[in-house]
Structures are given as structure tokens and as C-alpha cells.
Write a protein that binds this ligand. Structure first.
Ligand code: SAJ
Length: 413
């Protein structure tokens, strides 16, 4: 198998995908605008943390099948795995997808397959096709009579892997594949069949785009339900964790867990793409976003209520990551809460985050300290549990006696 694959974007999705393909025998050329990342990858190292990714990248580079660079190369398959954030007004920002498409456009040749893996608003795969056609008058997507234009294929195959489990889920998850036409779908299915063990589900590009947005919106709406319950329970003086446990004993009820808010670059982002596309219809999805975005501020208010009873209290915040047992601080409600606390000068803020060595500059510049779990707890008047890392679950409950405890994740329910 000597198929050449060019992966654009060597982040949390692109790098694991590129290295997996390389270890499966594809000749992979990965490109990224981050020259430091490119250099590290070429020396067999990783610039992001994901369990076992370092081992796979090293093996891929040593096999000679994975090379990184900043300019694309001629390939048979192009995979776009670049970010799709939103702008300040919650409208999708397709700049990276457009740039990535225009970067590969000169390299696409007859018979090639272009796959958009980035989570994207409905209609983006059609835009990718249009952007390539605008640059390449010699190409087409449908066989034309008496034409010497070369046919190429375009599909959406959304990534669906869970951070922390990416390498396993890349192989084991079912994949949804939607081409801009049935030939594109067929060609893409044949490609993924070579390395995916999960089921391959065929549809069209628009449905594939919407399916990914729907999965993350489903989760967001259900987390919003749990978060709303937690605020109702505070009002009614009921333990929300006990309540959810009880309600979940019903055979058809499965409530998720409340927390300090929803973080990460997927669940807090993707529902906005649906809201933007159908604002009149997407009322529940929109409200869920508002409920989840409200939660960090609500937690700060709860802390303020307790802090007001002290004179300059030491507030210990446990956890900064956007969820348990990872080091990723991007879009983390815990970071947002810690930042608020410091800016509002509610007390002396100490943070314990066992998965990082150094605080982000924006926190250390506010005078916040990073400390060990034990030392943070011993110094604290108020303890705020923000992330349910396993290491926090091991804390001896006796050390919390006589402290004011605010547990946003219910590990000490
Ligand atoms: N959260 C809660 N309560 C819960 C579950 C999660 O507050 O009961 C919070 C987490 O703490 C975190 C946020 O939600 O802040 C998101 O975490 P997550 O584990 O739900 O999801 P992500 O963002 O790590 O990954 C999601 C996954 N999507 C779904 O489970 C439907 C993953 O499969 C996707 O590939 C990924 O988004 C993505 O890239 O889109």
C-alpha cells in the first residue's frame, strides 16, 4: 500500500490521524503553520499531550512514513483537520478551512480525494469544493461529456474522538461519511475501511456535517439540564448529586453530571453553528448554551458569598483543565472562574493542577500561585473543587474538616 496522504493541521486530530495512517503503511505528509510543531514532529516528538501519542509519532517518524512540513505535497488523499472556531458574535469562523483548502488546491490532481474532518457548519464541504474549483479550472466533480477536465472527489468525515482516548477511538469508533456525490462517498468509504474497525455509515455531506453538530449539541443540552437542576437544587436546599442518582434509577432516565460550566473546543462551540444556521428553530439548543455559559459566573457568586464572611481568605482552587484527567486548559470554565476570583480580589488565590508544570501567563500575572494538592489544602480557608481529577478523589476527607468546601463536581457529595 503506497497511497500518499497529505494531512493539513497537526493538532489534536490531525497528528494522531497522520501518525496512525503512517503506522498502517500509508506515506503521510503532515503540514502545519506552526514551524516549531513541524520541527518537533520531524524529530519524533509531540507538541501536544494525548496518552500514547508520543510513542505512535516516534514509531511513525522512525518508519520513514511520516514527514512534516509547512507546504503541501502531491498526494492521493488530502485530509483537512484544522480548527473551526466561532467569532465574537458566535458566527462560525471558516478562515482556517478556507486557507487550508486554498493551500492544497494547486496540488490536487485527477482522481484525488479531499476529506474535511474538521467539525463544520452545514454547507462547508460544498464550500471546500467551490474553493478548489475556483482555483482549478482544469478539475471538475462530475464527469462531463467531451471535456478533458479531471474529476476529483470531496467528502466530509467528521472526527468524533474523545480527548484522552483519541488513539483507541480513531480506530474503534463508527464513522459517518458524506460525500458531495455518491462517487465521493464510495471512494471515502474505501479509504477509511483500510484503518477503521468501527462501522462506516454512509450519507451525504450536509447530513454528515449536521450529524456531528447534533452529537455535540445533544451532549450540551443534556449537560445544561444537569446544570440547571444544580441551580434549582441550591435554591430548594436539595443535594443535586443524590437527586440525580435517584432519578437515574428510572429505566428511561439518564441525567448527566452538573459542573462549573462546559469547556473544551467542541461542545461549547458546535451548537452555535446550528443556532447560527436556524436561529428561529434552534431555541432549546440556544438556551442550553446560555445555561452552560452562565454556570462559571454562578460558581463565582457562590464563592463570593462564602468569601465575604472572611477577611482576605485563602481560596484554594483544585483543577484548571476543562475536564478530568487531561492537561488541556483551553476554553476551561475552571480557568475562567480562577481568573474572575483574582480579578475581583476576593482573597488570596492558590491553584493546584497536578497535570501542568506552569500556570498560563494570564493567571500568574494576576499573582496566582500553583502549588501541590496537600500544601494548597493546608493553607486554604475556602476550597473550591473545579475538576474531578482522580488525584483529587484520593484526598483524605479529614484534611477538609473546618474548611469551607465548594464542590462543583460532586466528588465529595
Ligand atoms: N461535562 C459536564 N458534565 C457531564 C459531561 C461533561 O459538565 O456530565 C463537561 C466536561 O467537564 C467538559 C465538557 O462538558 O467541560 C465537555 O466534555 P466532554 O467529555 O463531554 O466532551 P469533549 O469536548 O471532550 O469531546 C466531545 C465528544 N463528543 C461527544 O461526546 C458527543 C467527542 O466524541 C467529540 O469528538 C469531541 O467533543 C469533538 O471533537 O467534537
Amino acid at each position: 500500500m503506497n497511497e500518499k496522504v497529505c494531512v493539513v493541521g497537526l493538532g489534536y486530530i490531525g497528528l494522531p490521524t497522520a501518525s496512525l495512517l503512517a503506522t498502517k503503511g500509508f506515506q503521510v505528509y503532515g503540514i502545519d503553520v506552526n514551524t516549531d510543531a513541524v520541527e518537533m514532529i520531524n524529530s519524533g516528538k509531540v507538541h501536544i499531550y494525548e496518552p500514547d501519542l508520543d510513542i505512535m509519532v516516534k514509531a511513525a517518524v522512525q518508519s520513514g512514513n511520516l514527514k512534516a512540513g509547512i507546504e503541501p505535497e502531491v498526494a492521493d488523499v488530502f485530509i483537512l483537520a484544522v480548527p473551526t472556531p466561532f467569532k465574537d458574535n458566535h458566527k462560525p469562523d471558516l478562515t482556517y478551512v478556507e486557507q487550508a483548502t486554498k493551500t492544497i488546491a494547486p496540488y490536487v490532481k485527477q482522481g484525488d480525494l479531499v476529506i474535511l474532518e474538521s467539525t463544520s457548519p452545514v454547507g462547508t464541504t460544498e464550500k471546500v469544493t467551490k474553493w478548489i474549483l475556483e482555483e482549478r479550472e482544469d478539475l471538475t466533480i462530475t464527469e462531463e461529456l467531451n471535456s478533458n477536465k479531471g474529476v476529483f472527489y470531496v467528502s466530509h468525515c467528521p472526527e468524533r474522538v474523545l480527548p484522552g482516548h483519541i488513539l483507541r477511538e480513531l480506530v474503534e469508533n463508527d464513522r459517518i461519511i458524506g460525500g458531495i456525490n455518491s462517487e465521493s462517498t464510495k471512494k471515502t468509504v474505501n479509504f477509511y475501511k483500510k484503518f477503521v474497525k468501527g462501522k462506516i455509515l454512509e450519507t451525504n455531506a450536509r447530513t454528515a456535517e449536521m450529524a456531528k453538530l447534533t452529537e455535540n449539541s445533544f451532549r450540551d443540552v443534556n449537560i445544561a439540564f444537569a446544570n440547571e437542576l444544580s441551580m434549582i437544587c441550591d435554591e430548594l436546599n436539595i443535594n443535586v448529586w443524590e437527586l440525580i442518582n435517584l432519578a437515574n434509577r428510572h429505566p428511561r432516565v439518564n441525567i448527566l453530571q452538573p459542573g462549573p460550566g462546559v469547556g473544551g473546543h467542541c461542545i461549547a462551540v458546535d451548537p452555535w453553528f446550528i443556532v447560527d444556521a436556524a436561529p428561529e428553530q434552534a431555541k432549546l439548543i440556544h438556551t442550553a448554551r446560555i445555561v452552560n455559559d452562565y454556570k462559571p459566573g454562578y460558581v463565582v457568586d457562590k464563592i463570593r458569598e462564602k468569601a465575604d464572611k472572611f477577611k482576605n481568605p485563602v481560596i484554594a482552587c483544585l483543577g484548571l483543565a476543562f475536564k478530568a484527567n487531561i492537561d488541556d486548559l483551553r476554553e476551561s470554565p475552571a480557568v475562567e472562574i480562577v481568573e474572575y476570583l483574582a480579578k475581583q480580589q476576593l482573597g488570596e488565590i492558590i491553584v493546584s493542577e497536578p497535570n501542568i508544570q506552569k500556570l498560563p501567563d494570564k493567571l500568574s500575572e494576576l499573582g496566582i500561585e500553583l502549588d501541590s494538592i496537600a500544601s494548597t489544602i493546608s493553607k486554604a480557608d475556602i476550597i473550591v473543587l473545579l475538576v474531578d481529577h482522580d488525584s483529587f478523589k484520593d484526598i483524605d476527607r479529614l484534611t477538609l474538616n473546618e474548611k469551607v468546601v465548594i464542590d462543583t463536581r460532586g466528588i465529595w457529595r
